[in-house]
Design a protein around this ligand. Structure first.
Ligand code: NAI
Ligand code: MG
Length: 348
C-alpha cells in the first residue's frame, strides 16, 4: 500500500453503526491522509431484503482493501446468531483476524465505577485470540428439545494458533514501557487447553527475557480488573475469556461508548477490521444520542495498524482533550456535535 493513500472498506451496518461511522470517517478525513472509501451495505437490512449475510463475492472484494471500518450489525428482527455467525465471525475467521485487540485505558476526566482508580492504574491491552477456542463453531446437539437433550460445544486450541497469538502479545508487551505480559486462563480446571497455553507461553517467554511474565486464572483476573487493575499491562487469553474480560475492561474504563477494538491479521495476508465494541443499540438508534468516541478511537487503532503512528496519536489526543472537557458539564451533545468537536481538534 502507498502509505499515504488508504483504501478503506466501510461497513456501517445497522442502527447507531451508521451514525458513529459517519463521525469516524469525518475524523479520518481530517487527519490529512488520502482515503478512498467504499461502502458495503451488510447487516440486518440487507439480510431482510435479500437473505444475504456475507456473499462470497463481497468477501473476495473485501480482501483487496488496506483495512475495514465496521460500525455495528444486528437488529431484534433478525434471529439471534445469524449475523454474528454468518457475518461477523465469518469475516474474522476468513480474514484470519487471529488477534482481537482491545485497549482498556482510562482517560483523564472519565468517570469509572472503580472510584479511586487513576488513569495510570487502568492502562492495559487485552490480546484476545480471535479464530479458535469455543467460538470455532464445533459441537452438536442430540435429542434436542427433549429432557434427554445433550449439547456439546468444543473448544479448539491448536499449537499453531496459540503460539502465533502468544508471540504477538510478547511483541506488544516488549514495545510498551512496562513490558509486562500476563497469561489469563483456567489451567487448573481446563487442563488440556490450559496446558497447551501455559507450555507455549513459557517456551516463547525464553525468547523475550526483557518481558516480565505473570499468570492469572480468569476468575481471579476478573476480580483484579476491579480491585487492582494496575496489575496488568498486556494480557493474552483465549477467545471466550477475552470476550468476557474485555467487557469488564470496557466498564472500568468509561463504558461502552468509549471501548474500541481491532480484529487484526498481523501477518497482513488480509485486511484488519476495526470497530467499536458496542452493538447497534436499537434503543437509541436514529436519535443522535450515540457516542461516536469508541468508533473514533477505533479509527486511531486503524491508523496505527497502517503505520501512521503520528496520525493515530493525534486522533487519540483529540479524544483525550475532548474527554477532559466533558467533565466540566459539557454534556448533551449529539453524535454529530461530538464528531465535529473532535474533528476540529484533529484538524487543529
Ligand atoms: P449494544 O452495545 O448495542 O447496546 C447496549 C446498551 O449500550 C444499550 O442501552 C445502548 O443504548 C448502549 N450503547 C451502546 N453503544 C452506545 C454508544 N455508542 N453511545 C451510547 N450508548 C450506547 O448491545 P445490545 O443491546 O446487546 O445489542 C444490540 C444489537 O447489536 C444486537 O442485535 C446485537 O446482536 C448487536 N451487536 C453487534 C455487535 C457488533 O456488530 N460487533 C456487538 C454487540 C452487539
Ligand atoms: Mg462481547
Amino acid at each position: 500500500m502507498d502509505s499515504r493513500n488508504i483504501r478503506l472498506a466501510v461497513i456501517p451496518g445497522d442502527g447507531i453503526g451508521i451514525e458513529v461511522v459517519t463521525e469516524g470517517l469525518k475524523v479520518l478525513e481530517a487527519v490529512g491522509t488520502k482515503v478512498e472509501t467504499t461502502t458495503y451495505d451488510l447487516g440486518a437490512k440487507r439480510y431482510h431484503e435479500t437473505g444475504e449475510t456475507l456473499p462470497d463475492a463481497v468477501l473476495d472484494e473485501l480482501r483487496g482493501y488496506d483495512a475495514i471500518l465496521l460500525g455495528a450489525v444486528g437488529d431484534p428482527s433478525v434471529p439471534p446468531g445469524i449475523l454474528e455467525r454468518d457475518l461477523l465471525l465469518k469475516l474474522r475467521f476468513q480474514l484470519d483476524h487471529y488477534v482481537n485487540l482491545r485497549p482498556v485505558k482510562l482517560f483523564p476526566g472519565v468517570e469509572t465505577p472503580l472510584g479511586k482508580a487513576r488513569p495510570e492504574d487502568v492502562d492495559m491491552i487485552v490480546v484476545r485470540e480471535g479464530t479458535e477456542g469455543p467460538y470455532a463453531g464445533a459441537g452438536g446437539a442430540m435429542r434436542r428439545g427433549t429432557p434427554y437433550e445433550i449439547a456439546t460445544q468444543e473448544s479448539f486450541n491448536t499449537a499453531y494458533g496459540v503460539e502465533r497469538v502468544v508471540r504477538y502479545a510478547f511483541d506488544k508487551a516488549l514495545a510498551r514501557p512496562r513490558k509486562k505480559l500476563t497469561l489469563v486462563h483456567k489451567t487448573n480446571v481446563l487442563t488440556y487447553a490450559g496446558d497447551l497455553w501455559a507450555r507455549t507461553f513459557d517456551r516463547v517467554s525464553l525468547e523475550y527475557p526483557d518481558v516480565q511474565t505473570d499468570y492469572c486464572h480468569v476468575d481471579a483476573a476478573s476480580m483484579f480488573f476491579v480491585t487492582q487493575p494496575e496489575r496488568f499491562d498486556v494480557i493474552v487469553t483465549d477467545n471466550l475469556f477475552g470476550d468476557i474480560l474485555t467487557d469488564i475492561g470496557a466498564a472500568i474504563a468509561g463504558g461502552i461508548g468509549l471501548a474500541a477494538s481491532g480484529n487484526v491479521n498481523p501477518d497482513r495476508t488480509a485486511p484488519s477490521m476495526f470497530e467499536p465494541v458496542h452493538g447497534s443499540a436499537p434503543d437509541i438508534a436514529g436519535q443522535g444520542k450515540a457516542d461516536p468516541t469508541a468508533t473514533i478511537l477505533s479509527v486511531a487503532m486503524l491508523l496505527d495498524h497502517l503505520g501512521l503512528a503520528e496520525e493515530s496519536a493525534r486522533v487519540e489526543q483529540a479524544v483525550a482533550d475532548d474527554l477532559v472537557e466533558r467533565q466540566t458539564g459539557w454534556t448533551g451533545r449529539t453524535t454529530h456535535e461530538i464528531g465535529d468537536d473532535i474533528t476540529a481538534r484533529v484538524a487543529g
